[in-house]
Design a binder for this molecule. Structure first.
Ligand code: FES
Ligand SMILES: [Fe+2]
Length: 427
């Protein structure tokens, strides 16, 4: 559990809040690259950390991310004209370039114009891994670019999507670093069911309840769920948390093909305190991803499940996630289809910002407890003028692991190359 003031500190992300200021020290996914497909295309509204912004790609292909309100009299630049290397407000024709400079004013005679004195809020962006990332903090503190192994993979071997979750960001993150729920919430009850989830024969399900082991690192932590199996073996699933909100986990093929392996993960990006844009990525380290993989049928995040204009899930709170009680009795643990749709259902059911003063946590919640501790520490580090974990490029190249191995195996050997030992601290 957390005290009420700690829960406030770790969840709220508006300007001036401790976590808000901490989040502004990182590159944040702002939108998918395909949302701005070509020069002079339609601008896109973006909301990040409670701030209303508008993104556009100018005539030279450069990306602009500006405050949505025009600095003249606050009309929305989303309504604007994207033309000749700038976004022009349709109210009085003020025009802004990608740096936020006012380059033209249509409503003032040339000799009285003061465009050169006007600048609007503009944020730097980088494109990596099919995502346009934004940095909302002070220029001199800009971190290393977000070059995770998966963002550096060729487009044929990676996939990224996004979906809105109607909760605070931390609730999503806590679900993603909570291995103990996975073979329970996502369990398939019968071996011959074609519904997505983990089947009875899967070692993840056959294994007994897990022991969690965790090492704090300079980017966050790495941890594993160790599940004893019969015959002196155990099932290992090893993950990474990169602050503030990145999970890296072992991937399972969407189409269930053999011979495919890789990593997958989520990024829980705060839209505002009660809304999260969840980015879902998958990275194959062997063969290219298929069209079937990109439909994400197993997860419930693909174009068949999520409206690609609003990014709202078709299974949502308003329709009880299309829960089917007959399926719940006979086929799957929840009766809801789609592994991530199941996650959204339980996490949204906890309330917009879960009241962590009412919880009863146990050893299986160890990774969740440690994440909160690191995040709270990060807010204090930032307040003291320091750098929080995860801004240096030490997370580049990290990969997850999943295996059935003899019980005495050290799971850390599965994660080689390991972070340097000086930066590790076992807890
Ligand atoms: S409000 Fe934008 S130009 Fe006047
Ligand atoms: Fe889950």
């Amino acid at each position: 559990m957390l005290a009420r003031d700690e829960n406030e500190r770790v969840t709220r992300v508006g300007p001036g809040t401790p976590m808000g200021e901490t989040m502004r020290r990182y590159w944040l996914p702002a939108l998918l690259a395909w949302e701005l497909p070509e020069p002079d295309c339609t601008p896109v509204r973006v909301k990040l950390l409670g701030e209303e912004l508008v993104a556009f790609r100018d005539s030279q292909g450069r990306i602009g991310l500006l405050d949505e309100r025009c600095p003249h009299r606050q009309a929305s630049l989303f309504l604007g004209r994207n033309e000749d290397c700038g976004l022009r407000c349709v109210y009085h024709g003020w025009k802004f370039d990608v740096e936020g400079r006012c380059v033209d004013m249509m409503n003032e005679p040339e000799e009285l114009g003061f465009a050169h004195k006007i600048r609007t809020g503009a944020y730097p962006t980088v494109e990596a891994g099919g995502i346009i990332w934004a940095y909302l903090g002070r220029a001199q503190r800009k971190p290393a670019p977000p070059h995770f192994a998966w963002t550096q993979a060729p487009p044929s071997h990676r996939h990224v999507s996004k979906v809105i979750q109607e909760t605070n960001w931390l609730q999503g993150l806590e679900g993603g670093i909570d291995t103990s729920h996975v073979p329970i919430l996502h369990r398939v009850l019968s071996a011959d069911s074609s519904r997505p989830g983990f089947k009875p024969g899967d070692p993840f399900v056959r294994g007994k309840a897990p022991t969690l082991e965790l090492d704090v690192t300079d980017y966050g932590y790495r941890y594993a769920g160790l599940r004893p199996l019969d015959g002196g073996e155990m099932h290992v699933r090893a993950y990474h948390l990169i602050l503030p909100f990145h999970q890296i986990r072992p991937a399972r093929s969407g189409s269930g093909r053999r011979g495919y392996s890789g990593a997958a993960g989520h990024i829980w990006v705060p839209v505002d305190d009660e809304t999260t844009m969840v980015y879902n990525w998958e990275h194959s380290t062997t063969e290219p991803l298929s069209e079937e993989d990109r439909l994400e049928r197993r997860l419930g995040n693909g174009p068949l499940d999520v409206d690609q204009t609003t990014f709202r899930s078709k299974r949502n709170r308003g329709n009880n996630y299309l829960l089917d009680r007959r399926v719940q009795k006979t086929e799957t643990f929840t009766g809801i289809d789609g592994v991530n749709a199941q996650d959204r259902a339980v996490q949204e059911s906890m309330g917009a910002i879960v009241d962590r003063t009412r919880e009863h946590l146990g050893p299986a919640d160890r990774a969740v407890i440690q994440a909160r501790r690191l995040l709270l520490q990060a807010t204090r580090t930032v307040e003291a003028g320091g750098n929080p974990p995860g801004v240096e490029p030490t997370y580049y190249g990290l990969h997850p692991a999943e295996a059935v191995v003899p019980r005495e195996t050290d799971w850390r050997t599965l994660l080689a190359p390991a972070p340097s030992t000086e930066t590790l601290q076992r807890v």
